[in-house]
Write a protein that binds this ligand. Structure first.
Ligand SMILES: O=c1ccn([C@@H]2O[C@H](COP(=O)(O)O)[C@@H](O)[C@H]2O)c(=O)[nH]1
Length: 274
């Protein structure tokens, strides 16, 4: 099954546009696990088990594992998700971007070592830095387009005087991803929920691409505005929330609290559908 097939299947089966982000921070773990990086797998597996029937995707952020030398725990977690939530696609949030030969290694890491169904990429280094990921047919690749952070404006909102129509950088990325770069239909875009007007603009330029939209929850993005701006009949959205779900409670009931937070977010997103 391709990433897009899995996404469609999980969205329908779980009636969900919610992606739970797996950003394990040991200092925020519940008592008994708190401060212990060896419990990263246990914490994340409990969250996966508690929310697998409520989501359209999971998104582990690789930095939270690598910072603790916990790549082995990420490998175990990926295997856990494949066995226990086989219908839910996994997007590895790695934001890679490098010359082609190095990109081949990053692609191998994401798709062969970790077995991810999709990956996030920085398009800053151009087409040849993206192309190696598309050699893995059926896998998804989400290009950073208009990110959720305020500093995204520094580059992404600059005008490209030499490109016909003088688009902003993020608009140009959206047009490339919908058009010439999307050789096998594997590309998607990352757009922040904190910028609903930009989501709408990206959607106009990229009507059929899946949009990965982080920024609801801890970053304060508007879930309702996000759905209205981004969701179209032929254009799916994957709305990510990490900390607001992972750390909904600090006690032994953390997984149950995460489930409730995920259910609430999923229902809010669904209620915003036209
Ligand atoms: O523009 C972007 C791109 C990626 N992210 C990532 O999403 C999650 C958001 O976490 P929250 O706790 O829900 O704020 C995190 O992994 C970021 O690295 C993003 O926030 N914005």
């Amino acid at each position: 099954m391709t990433f897009l097939d899995m996404l469609r299947d999980a969205t329908t089966r779980n009636d969900s546009m919610l992606c739970v982000g797996l950003d394990p921070e040991p200092s925020r773990f519940p008592e008994g696990m708190r401060g212990d990086p060896h419990r990263i797998y246990d914490f994340c597996a409990a969250i996966v088990d508690a929310t697998a029937d409520l989501v359209c995707a999971f998104k582990p952020q690789i930095a939270y594992f690598a910072a603790h030398g916990a790549e082995d725990q990420l490998e175990r977690l990926m295997q856990h998700m494949r066995c226990n939530a086989p219908h839910v696609p996994v997007i590895l949030d790695a934001k890679r971007g490098d010359i082609g030969s190095t990109a081949q290694q990053y692609a191998r890491e994401a798709f062969e070592r970790y077995g991810a169904d999709a990956v996030t990429l920085s398009p800053f280094m151009g087409w040849d830095s993206v192309q190696p990921y598309l050699e893995y047919h059926g896998k998804g690749a989400f290009l950073l387009c208009r990110t959720s952070n305020p500093g995204g404006d520094d580059l992404q909102a600059q005008r490209l005087a030499s490109v016909p129509g003088q688009p902003l950088v993020y608009e140009h990325i959206a047009a490339l991803a919908q058009g010439p770069w999307n050789k096998n239909g594997q590309l998607g875009l990352v757009v922040g929920a904190t910028y609903p007007h930009e989501i709408e603009r990206v959607r106009a330029l990229a009507p059929t691409l899946p949009l990965l939209i982080p920024g609801v929850g801890a970053q304060g993005g508007d879930a309702v505005a996000t759905v209205r701006a981004g969701l179209r009949a032929q254009g799916p959205i994957i709305v990510n929330s990490s900390r607001a779900i992972l750390y909904a409670a600090q006690g032994a009931d953390f997984a149950q609290a995460a489930r409730q937070a995920a259910q609430h977010t999923r229902d809010t997103l669904n209620a915003a559908r036209a």
